[in-house]
Write a protein of this length. Structure first.
Length: 441
């Protein structure tokens, strides 16, 4: 059996846990931010509607700042105030048999949910992480068609039955909407708990994450679990922030061992070090090679293993331009596949390039690629190199090499290719195109 964890990393005193809960909740009641999903969670009487309101907010908040989410959230909830509304929207499209009228040159297959997907994508486009919106929509359909419109009532069932709902989202929905006494662990909670209990091992490792879930489940207030979880996350977002935490104003500072260590760090070094040294091989202490750095204070915690460098990728993209009605320029955009990076979004015809491909060769492969779209050979000399646009995704450093090609005559789009359409500059910016493509035009 693994050795018991040193007391340094544990909450073992029930009286301390009670005090921490009380302090944190009292602070939350006084200082919490007014957010639209909190208002809905507190006022909505119907449990399914409440769960949906929390669910949408949690999906939107994954990887996106609160301030950015508020506006998107309000628009989403106005358009689809219930799960039924979201699921029904797709039914309306398919039963009416409406094809994707927005792409006259496109193929006729796969048209049933095209409009809705487009709508969902357009609402979601500025938020990044586009597949989140799509998965929410799939889950809504599942609840309506397979679960009789009833959202599962426990974290375990939510995680098991709903696509796109992981352990964190399930815990958040269950605790906030239904009052289930279950903890949550997100980036903010990781930071707060690692500091409260001097956890300096790699905070993305399974051993640390498991320990933090156990801790979150043990700490969560039994009578106000949703508020407790939100309070812990709010503390991480507003007080126990990554770089310069406001320890002086922190409602749980008397329970914080990182703070205690930082304060004692001013005393005799040997005594302090022995007080906080983990037993040899402790799975939660900082690695021996990277001990406590007194210049960092509480920000010694949490720690992460060094991040992988994003992969570099190059893509040739071509702005095909024609004169539309009244002589206004129009641009060809095509839809990306429905899975993978930027799934379902629209872009100028693009083609991944091998690294270090010479310009002459780039023109050749791009001209070949474009021939399929314009239905006739493209002379490499007619491609005008505009410049490069760089976009950083979380894991890819993407360079778009941008060309333009003005077209004289009329072009018939090949229906066998991916969906495509001609748009004005204004329509382009209102379409579900990625932020990277918006930088191109
Ligand atoms: Fe975070 Fe400081 Fe509060 Fe500790 S005392 S939990 S480090 S803000």
């Amino acid at each position: 059996a693994p050795a018991p964890l040193p007391a340094l990393h544990l909450f073992s005193d029930p009286a301390e846990i009670e005090a921490l809960r009380g302090n944190l909740l009292a602070w939350y009641d006084k200082c919490k931010r007014d957010l639209p999903w909190r208002t809905l969670a507190a006022t909505e009487q119907d449990a399914d509607r409440r769960a949906y309101a929390v669910w949408v907010s949690e999906i939107m908040l994954q990887q996106t700042q609160v301030a950015t989410v508020i506006d998107y959230y309000n628009r989403w909830m106005q358009k689809w105030p219930t799960l039924q509304a979201l699921a029904q929207a797709s039914l309306e499209v398919s039963t009416a048999g409406i094809g994707c009228s927005a792409r006259p040159g496109g193929s006729s297959s796969n048209t049933t949910s095209c409009l809705l997907e487009q709508e969902v994508n357009e609402l979601w486009a500025g938020l990044g992480y586009y597949s989140r919106g799509k998965r929410l929509q799939e889950a809504a359909r599942k609840v309506v068609s397979e679960l009789a419109g009833r959202v599962p009532r426990t974290a375990e069932a939510l995680q098991k039955l709903l696509p796109g709902v992981g352990r964190y989202t399930a815990g958040a929905i269950a605790s906030i909407s239904y009052g289930q006494a279950t903890g949550v662990v997100d980036g903010n909670v990781i930071r707060v708990l690692c500091r409260l209990r001097c956890i300096g091992a790699d905070s993305s490792s399974p051993a640390v994450i498991d320990q933090l879930w156990d801790m979150a489940n043990a700490l969560v207030d039994r009578s106000r679990p949703g508020d407790f979880n939100q309070a812990l996350m709010e503390l991480g977002a507003t007080v126990c922030v990554p770089k310069a935490p406001l320890c002086g104003e922190c409602p749980v500072k008397q329970h914080c061992r990182a703070r205690r260590r930082a304060t004692l760090g001013l005393g005799p070094a040997a005594a302090v070090t022995s007080m906080f040294a983990g037993v040899g091989g402790c799975p939660l202490c900082p690695p021996a090679a990277e001990p406590w750095d007194s210049s960092l204070g509480v920000t010694n915690f949490p720690r992460k293993a060094a991040k992988k460098q994003p992969r570099a990728a190059r893509t040739a993209t071509c702005v095909l331009e024609r004169r539309g009605c009244h002589g206004a320029p129009e641009y060809l955009i095509v839809q990306r596949p429905s899975s993978g990076l930027l799934a379902g979004l629209w872009e100028f015809p693009s083609l991944p390039l091998a690294q270090d491909l010479q310009e002459e060769k780039q023109r050749e492969v791009l001209a070949d690629h474009l021939q399929a779209w314009v239905g006739q050979p493209v002379a490499t000399g007619s491609l005008r190199l505009i410049g490069e646009v760089i976009h950083i995704f979380s894991h890819i450093h993407q360079t778009y090499v941008v060309y333009s090609l003005p077209l004289g005559g009329d072009v018939t789009l090949d229906p066998a290719l991916s969906p495509s359409r001609w748009v004005t500059a204004e329509e382009f910016h209102a379409s579900a195109v990625s932020t990277a493509m918006k930088k191109v035009l």
